[in-house]
Write a protein that binds this ligand. Sequence first.
Ligand SMILES: Cc1cc2nc3c(=O)[nH]c(=O)nc-3n(C[C@H](O)[C@H](O)[C@H](O)COP(=O)(O)OP(=O)(O)OC[C@H]3O[C@@H](n4cnc5c(N)ncnc54)[C@H](O)[C@@H]3O)c2cc1C
Length: 479
Amino acid sequence: MSQRILYWFRNDLRLHDNEGFLRATQKADEVLPVYILDPRHFEPSALGFRKTSSFRARFILEAVADLRKSLREKGGDLLVRIGEPERVLAELAQTYDITELHLSKEVAQEENDVESSLSKRLKTLNVDMVFTWMSTLYHVRDLPFGFNRLPDIFTDFRKQVEKNVRVRPTVAAPDSLTLPPDFKTDELPTLANLGFTEEEIQQPDPRGALPFTGGEQPGLDRLRAYVWEGDHLATYKETRNGMLGADYSSKLSAWLALGCLSPRHIYEEVKRYETERTANSSTYWLIFELLWRDYFHFVMLRWGTRLFKASGLRLDKDKRWRHDEALFEKWKTGHTGVPLIDANMRELAATGFMSNRGRQNVASFLAKDLGIDWTWGAAWFESQLVDYDVCSNWGNWNYVAGVGNDPREDRYFNPYTQAQKYDADGAYAKHWLPELAQVPAELVHKVWQLSPEQQQQYGVTLGVEYPRPIVGGDKWIKE
Ligand SMILES: Cc1cc2nc3c(=O)[nH]c(=O)nc-3n(C[C@H](O)[C@H](O)[C@H](O)COP(=O)(O)OP(=O)(O)OC[C@H]3O[C@@H](n4cnc5c(N)ncnc54)[C@H](O)[C@@H]3O)c2cc1C
């Protein structure tokens, strides 16, 4: 009997360095590539907003279309279905008389639950599941410690890994593909098929940092533009704390999150750049950040569902969080009266993206200044972010809320001093808060101090066009 393998594409929507898919094609006589949109990912959460906003949904659909195009160029195709993967895949396994199902390994609870449920169904059909670990730079099996002994402190993790482990080389894309002869193609789903109404579909905002088009090819194009054409890698360490524009940081996160880009491919490109152009602390720093990404994957593997609880990884800390919906709404929509926070929250709502500097500040503001349950904030990020990654999002929120595993990572971000440091000329605040356009640079981040005369002069009435701060204000300036 010929080997007919179903390959389930998950967060590995690429052909370059896709070890799982390559192995499946090498082993099989025929491969059935499948992608599934799980309706549970698009439903409203308990907080009333969808788990996935239309920004990310569109990015996913674009990535799926791009993958299908690449597969077709090699003689293959991609079957795309909407449904619960454990059911859809078991049905397909029967319909197509599948011998094995291959997939990448995920680490978070919901994904693990789907894997378990699928495994039970496939057992009755005598179909084996073959997993490949693919999402991180360093392979989990190469770690110099068992994942249950993962260091609590990132620096310890990084030093041990850098000293003892080598990044495995990338693998080639398959040359050609053979589909089952009875393969039937179908139309790609649309946002409407996923339940989005016309009003819900967010249109890209021209003020956004990048257009963010999903797919392997757009991801590779962005990598080339950032590293080679723009030469921005050479100055990454100096610019990475910026908030405005396309090139202060790599903006690779969305493609990494869906697996349109492989972290090992990025690593190899950085190494090539270091050989062909320049090697400095900036070139190293991009790899350093990819190590943070790895770390949060391993933290999720080690700690599992605890990352989603308000107590986080610190059971010793029994902090009481507020559940004030009105305040949360002001934070979500960027109406707190604190320009640094509002500008960032409005960017997120308008584009699905926010800089790392912005994320740290708005998360700290929600958890530390408003005292609101940080899991609400993490859920809002999960909904809105085009680059949402379950490990990076919930892991970073644990850290900023002060409930992560590293006791030293409990920093408070003073929004006023942060704004002075990272937006001294107020350009970022004004970009997203046009009502403050005429306020002089030195006053933008303490707009609450404007006298009635100044408000008239600069065309903004506090409490009317722009809110008074719901918390903080002058206390930050004195701190
Ligand atoms: C509260 C909070 C929530 C976050 N949620 C997410 C998320 O859902 N998805 C996500 O990819 N990142 C998340 N981050 C991390 C970081 O903010 C983004 O990865 C980064 O802003 C993306 O922009 P970039 O690709 O230009 O990053 P660059 O600065 O160019 O960094 C390169 C890559 O390194 C990785 N990286 C950088 N910083 C971090 C970090 N702190 N943690 C993990 N990986 C990192 C990303 O993959 C990024 O693409 C979050 C950070 C915070 C503080």
